[in-house]
Structures are given as structure tokens and as C-alpha cells.
Design a protein around this ligand. Structure first.
Ligand code: GNR
Ligand code: NI
Length: 174
């Protein structure tokens, strides 16, 4: 298990479309372990493999609260089977878009088919934060970030800010 660097916008790698996994083997399980470590370390509730630079259709999530027992979830090759026509708004953030938050509307509930950590086929009905988060993560697999849903002006302001922040940290770390 190891903590990887999370890529941040602007970075072209984040815009890649991730590839389906043929078989959930040892390499994939190792990747899921590292993703979970990285996600917990960054205090996130979800992470897509592309956020650590690996273009595979793999997501990890844990929506448990701080005091609760950890509840890791693993999704390989997730597919949305059913989307609610009704939308709900949620204030989203993203580890690849640090310190930026915006209200985003997404289908209120959805059904997702996927392979779990052991490569077993599963289907879940997601609602609330689970529905929001899984759709946010599945966007990453298509190279989409939540800021893509904002107005051009808001999006460009955020990207400009993130570029400046990147320059700053480059100067500090040489
Ligand atoms: O940690 C995260 N929190 C979050 C909050 C609201 C909606 C989505 C998310 S996902 C985010 C972690 C992340 O960037 N996953 O890709
Ligand atoms: Ni994200």
C-alpha cells in the first residue's frame, strides 16, 4: 500500500478517457489499495484511478463518517443502467480541483453495474451522497471534471486560480 500524488487541474492526463479493465487481477487490487490509501490521506470520499495518472476504469469510495468504521467501496468498469429524471443539487469539491466548490445538479438516483474488488459482478441502487459521488467519479473516467458544468467564466476563473497556485508551489519547492 502506498500514497500516490494526486494530479490537479490543469493537467491533460485528467482529460483522458480511461480504459476498461479486462480482468480484476493482482495489479488491479494493488492499484485499488494504493488508491484507497491516497484517498484517505487526502481526506477524500472518492477517487478515480486517472487522478493518480492511471487510465483504468476503477473507482474507490468511502462515505463513512470520521467516527465510524471504514467502509471502502470498489468499482471496476462501472456502467450506469438507470438514471432518475429528477435532479438534485449538491455542493461538490474534487481532489483534482483543490479548494474549489460549486453546486452541481445531477440525477437524484441511479443504478450502477460494476465489478467489485474480487471481480464479482454487482449492481447497486445509489441515492443521496452515494449517487452524487459515483456520478462525479464516473465523469473522471470520461475525462470530465465538475467545473465543466459551470459557466465558461466561472470555469476559466477557477483554472486561472489553480494555474497560479501551481506556480507558487513550484517556487517554494524549487
Ligand atoms: O472528496 C470528495 N468530495 C466530494 C464532495 C462532493 C461531491 C463529490 C466529491 S468527490 C471528492 C473526491 C474526488 O475528487 N473524487 O474524484
Ligand atoms: Ni473528483
Amino acid at each position: 500500500m502506498s500514497i500516490k500524488t494526486i494530479l490537479t487541474e490543469p493537467n491533460k492526463i485528467l482529460r483522458q478517457v480511461s480504459k476498461s479493465v479486462e480482468k480484476v487481477g493482482q495489479a488491479e487490487r494493488q492499484l485499488m489499495d494504493d488508491m484507497l490509501d491516497t484517498m484517505y490521506h487526502a481526506n477524500g470520499i472518492g477517487l478515480a484511478a486517472i487522478q493518480i495518472g492511471v487510465p483504468k476504469r476503477i473507482i474507490v469510495m468511502d462515505l463513512s463518517k470520521k467516527e465510524e468504521e471504514k467502509k471502502p467501496m470498489y468499482f471496476v468498469n462501472p456502467v450506469i443502467k438507470n438514471k432518475n429524471q429528477n435532479f438534485s443539487k449538491y455542493e461538490e469539491g474534487c481532489l483534482s480541483v483543490p479548494n474549489q466548490f460549486a453546486e452541481i445538479e445531477r440525477p437524484k438516483t441511479c443504478e450502477v453495474e460494476y465489478l467489485d474488488y474480487d471481480g464479482e459482478k454487482k449492481i447497486i441502487k445509489a441515492e443521496g451522497l452515494l449517487a452524487t459521488c459515483i456520478q462525479h467519479e464516473m465523469d473522471h473516467l470520461q475525462g470530465i471534471l465538475f467545473i465543466d458544468y459551470l459557466s465558461k467564466l466561472k470555469k476559466s476563473m477557477i483554472i486561472k486560480k489553480l494555474s497560479k497556485d501551481k506556480n507558487k508551489s513550484d517556487r517554494i519547492t524549487f
